[in-house]
Write a protein that binds this ligand. Sequence first.
Ligand SMILES: Cc1cc2nc3c(=O)[nH]c(=O)nc-3n(C[C@H](O)[C@H](O)[C@H](O)COP(=O)(O)OP(=O)(O)OC[C@H]3O[C@@H](n4cnc5c(N)ncnc54)[C@H](O)[C@@H]3O)c2cc1C
Length: 386
Amino acid sequence: MQAKEFDLIVIGSGVLGTFHAYHALNRGMKVALIEKDSKPISASVRNFGQIVPSGMNPKWQRYGRKSLKFYKKIQTEFDISIRQNGSIYLASNEEELNLIHELHHINQLNDYPSELLSQEQCISKYPSLQTTYVKGGLFFPEEVSVNPREMLCKIHQFLKFNGNFSFFPNTAIHEINTLSDQTEAVDTAGNSFLADKVIVCSGEEFSLLFPELFKKSDLEVVKLQMLRLKGNKSIKIPGNILTGLSIRRYESFQDCPSYSSLSDQYNHDYFARKWGVHILFKQETDGSIILGDSHEYADAPHKNALSFDNRSDINQYFIAEGKKIFELESWEIDTQWAGYYTQCKTKDILQKTIDKNIHIVTGIGGKGMTASAGFAYENIKKIFAI
Ligand SMILES: Cc1cc2nc3c(=O)[nH]c(=O)nc-3n(C[C@H](O)[C@H](O)[C@H](O)COP(=O)(O)OP(=O)(O)OC[C@H]3O[C@@H](n4cnc5c(N)ncnc54)[C@H](O)[C@@H]3O)c2cc1C
């Protein structure tokens, strides 16, 4: 089989791989994006689609804010499902109210727009909120939501207008070789792809490529349980909805002065602690509502220890807690699924370069939809020294 030649090969068409391809194309490079499945079906399509730089620490908020610009720019050229309805953090008690006031102040200093909302303002903005739950909110008007089940395929369609872009679905790379003047990626059918550089964004699927390296890494795999509620066409809860437990969990709040004196995150709630639950909502345009999520962890080499079952007690917990926050038309479960991502225990992302031209980028954790577009922009500049 004759080898196909490119400036850059990106392995993995999740959000990290797709945005590395996007930025390289914008620099005039000839790019191959290679995906083992017929389309991406991993973490990047199984998530909420919440683009929330407000929840990140300062370094990743910068990447997230850059991502917002890229998402909005692409949306003006091609519909990739971006909706700018903002993000709201709903405080359910005095401690959380304090934290949102403090985060508002931090973001004023960072020049990142946010608005404090009283209980009444929250209820007028989201009329189905339970008055017994909400005490106030912090709203970030710049933030967007995406439909994760559609967005990447739409970006791939958009990229196809660029003659320098080639997408290879159903193509699993199992070997990467450094040749004298090029780098070669070989798929399981024996096809060879040649380029100056290869970027590997293979997500949690790392037992195929570089198994030894990944075994030695401090990566862990995280399993998240999610569900979608049917109907709810008459209910309007636009944007990214984050609630009290997220205020206690998201990194940005750790810079708030009162964070260190916060009472135990899960207090007497043994179940939520055991399964790492916090409650988030995201409504799609058809009215259905994504509700989640839980977190279970396993070291990368032992990822099979994570059960492939979805637990109904976790689903029931999401619903019981959700009912305390919103009054919905329907709590009937339409679909449920699990998603998996990797994160490093000691770093905020895993990056490794082999033989100068093979660049591994994975382990972006729970911030990939928010930060990948901005991160990849910087990373392409760094890798190609431009
Ligand atoms: C349930 C859930 C909810 C989340 N919610 C949010 C959210 O609301 N906001 C947010 O910012 N982040 C969220 N995240 C995190 C986010 O989804 C991840 O950080 C991100 O998707 C990781 O992207 P990735 O490209 O690294 O990996 P992936 O999406 O896993 O993509 C990797 C791709 O590489 C392909 N691949 C692997 N090996 C090969 C090979 N050898 N050859 C060819 N192709 C290969 C795979 O098939 C896959 O398509 C959530 C994650 C989950 C699981």
